[in-house]
Design a protein around this ligand. Structure first.
Ligand code: PA5
Length: 464
């Protein structure tokens, strides 16, 4: 499935929303601003600052990954990714979208001999401890993923796992259960890889965490479970080529960024909901939530002035959240856009049987299918929102394949750097998470870090 994905933004436009929404003239006027944003992105890309674009051409890395998979593939029936944020969400997205549902519950034949895949991002000891108790270490490969090689959560997980492996297999043999994905030069993981002889794949230096899904961060675990990583990159490359144009109307990432930016800054709609109408893209909505939030939520603009900018992304799932969120989207404040993630075709479908012909509340369902019902609910929700002047758009994938997912992931990454230009902020940094990290280091006694004492809580403001 290599057809292009579509962006239908009819329901963002004022003539479709009874006057609310974006006036066509405003979108036309935004075209020249977009042209400038596109030019700046092109310049930064040529400067090597936006290295995620170049991930579409990494044949040597693909060959290295596939060679590694060939060698170790048969040895393990479980792969565990240890990583967090951008080092985890992309892999979960690939797994969720491209592997059969309930993959980890299938037997070897069901998985065609490929391993189970778990992505453990959090450090809740109840989950992490329980997980380690129930796996067979002898048949498990741990992929430790950290660009910086210093992230406290991932390093803590690594230390626990390393200790268990070393105790189980001895000081040397444990290493074959580990593979790192990290910076090619810097960081403690790279040093350990060199000193201890542990295999390590490189994350290109200028590819940041949330833009790394198409680097070995996502590609290695994907290849280990049999996902077609070349097709993924082919799809991403097709999107890079589509977005080569500075013409707003022909550039899907440009349109997505521009529409969201106008909604936020001109129409007071800073909440950007991504609502997947297939379970298989729910993790993609989660991945997008991090990409949009961490890239665009910034205190300072590119000149250093305080601006406190950034939309708030929200993830949702159809049809489930029709029974949870849609009331708010329909009748709450006009502060949101909703982007539906749709697939034109489902790989499997279930007919709904005819039964109870005399019971109208059931009879109308008979003869249809679950996919038809889900598609009808998506179309109905979009129409209902539009009828109430609620901005919404649909990204439609012809079907869900490595190629179409590659297109989607690349489209949203390119949109994020365009949006960075439109907001006037740097989408590649995340200074706002530093302070919390430093205070954590200080509380955990890391050398060189001190924290001012936290103010004593006032008992008048504690209930219970
Ligand atoms: O997007 C980002 O940069 C972050 O979300 C990082 O991916 C996250 O903090 C993990 O960092 P690292 O890969 O260095 O362990």
């Amino acid at each position: 499935m290599t057809e292009p994905i579509l962006l239908d933004y009819n329901n963002m436009m004022a003539p479709r929303l009874g006057g609310r929404g974006i006036e066509p003239a405003r979108l036309d006027a935004a075209a020249s601003r977009f042209r400038a944003a596109h030019e700046e992105v092109r310049r930064r890309r040529e400067n090597g600052e936006l290295a995620f674009f170049e991930l579409v051409d990494q044949e040597a890395t693909i060959r290295e990954i596939l060679a590694y998979v060939d060698v170790v593939g048969q040895d393990f029936d479980t792969v565990v990714v240890l990583g967090i944020g951008g080092s985890a969400l992309g892999t979960t997205t690939l797994q969720n979208a491209l592997l059969p549902a309930f993959w980890n519950e299938l037997d070897d034949a069901g998985r065609k001999g490929f391993p189970r895949l778990y992505v453990l991002d959090n450090i809740d000891p109840t989950t992490f401890g329980a997980f380690l108790e129930r796996i067979d270490l002898r048949r498990t490969l741990f992929n430790v993923v950290s660009k910086s090689g210093t992230t406290a959560e991932t390093m803590a997980q690594f230390l626990i796992v390393r200790d268990r492996l070393a105790r189980a297999f001895g000081d040397d043999a444990f290493k074959r259960h580990l593979v790192f994905t990290t910076d090619p030069e810097a960081g403690i993981l790279r040093r350990l890889a060199r000193e201890e002889g542990i295999t390590a794949f490189p994350i290109p230096p200028r590819v940041g965490g949330r833009f790394s899904v198409l680097s070995p961060v996502g590609l290695l675990p994907a290849a280990l479970v049999g996902i077609d990583i070349r097709a993924l990159l082919d799809g991403a490359r097709a999107m890079v080529e589509r977005c080569d144009t500075p013409e707003l109307g022909a550039n899907p990432a440009g349109l997505f960024a521009t529409l969201q930016h106008i909604a936020d800054t001109a129409l007071a709609a800073p909440i950007h909901v991504m609502m997947a109408y297939t379970d298989r893209l729910y993790a993609a909505a989660d991945w997008f939530r991090q990409l949009w939030a961490e890239s665009l939520g910034k205190r300072r603009d590119r000149t250093g002035a305080e601006v406190f900018r950034g939309p708030t992304p929200v993830k949702a799932l159809g049809a489930t959240d029709q029974h949870s969120q849609v009331q708010l989207y329909m009748e709450g404040p006009f502060d949101k856009t909703v982007t539906f993630l749709a697939v034109r075709e489902f790989p499997t479908d279930l007919p709904i049987p005819h039964a109870y012909p005399g019971v109208e509340a059931l009879a109308y369902l008979g003869g249809h299918s679950l996919a038809e019902l889900l598609q009808a609910e998506r179309a109905a929700t979009a129409q209902a929102l539009a009828s109430q002047g609620r901005m919404n758009m649909t990204i439609e994938l012809p079907g869900l394949s490595a190629h179409t997912l590659g297109q989607l992931l690349m489209m949203l990454q390119i949109a994020t750097v365009y949006a960075g230009e439109l907001y006037g902020i740097d989408p590649l940094d995340q200074p706002g998470v530093e302070l919390g990290k430093q205070l954590t280091y200080a509380r955990m006694g890391r050398g060189g870090y001190t924290a001012p004492p936290a103010p004593r809580p006032d008992p008048r403001w504690i209930a219970g």
